[in-house]
Design a protein around this ligand. Sequence first.
Ligand code: FES
Length: 163
Amino acid sequence: MNQSSNWDPQIAQNAIDELKGQPGALLPILHKIQNILGYIPKDSIPMIAKALQQTSAEIHGVVSFYHHFRTSPPGKHILQICRAEACQARGSRQLEAHVKDSLKVDYHATTADNTFTLEPVYCLGNCTNGPNIRVDDDIIAGVTSEKFDVIKEQKNTFVVELA
Ligand code: FES
């Protein structure tokens, strides 16, 4: 995949220039780039390394260490399933198996139609109403397999309407 054609390096440079003077600037820079672009483009790593006087390997090591950081563009929707204890006690493991089977992806992957990127999350602060998922900015409680199928259909329809 050619990531470099899909993003403007100036975005990374702006984040670097704004934050490089902070102590511990690396994580804020990475967060800012991902917040804007949805992921950390491979080609931004040498830019960050140069600004922070580190090696690209060191920057890459940090990006790979934190699952939060994506190294490829996400799908149209970020779908997170809560894997923390309270949601597990309320059936999130069965939900997780259904979602993976339905979307044909594992965690940290994007569906073939680019609709969903599936990610785990550890507590969404709504523990008594689990299993909980988050789709983009919306937390959805009490998600059964059937309820997920409806959500999936709605998001697919929404994407088709926008296309
Ligand atoms: S355990 Fe899932 S929301 Fe807290």
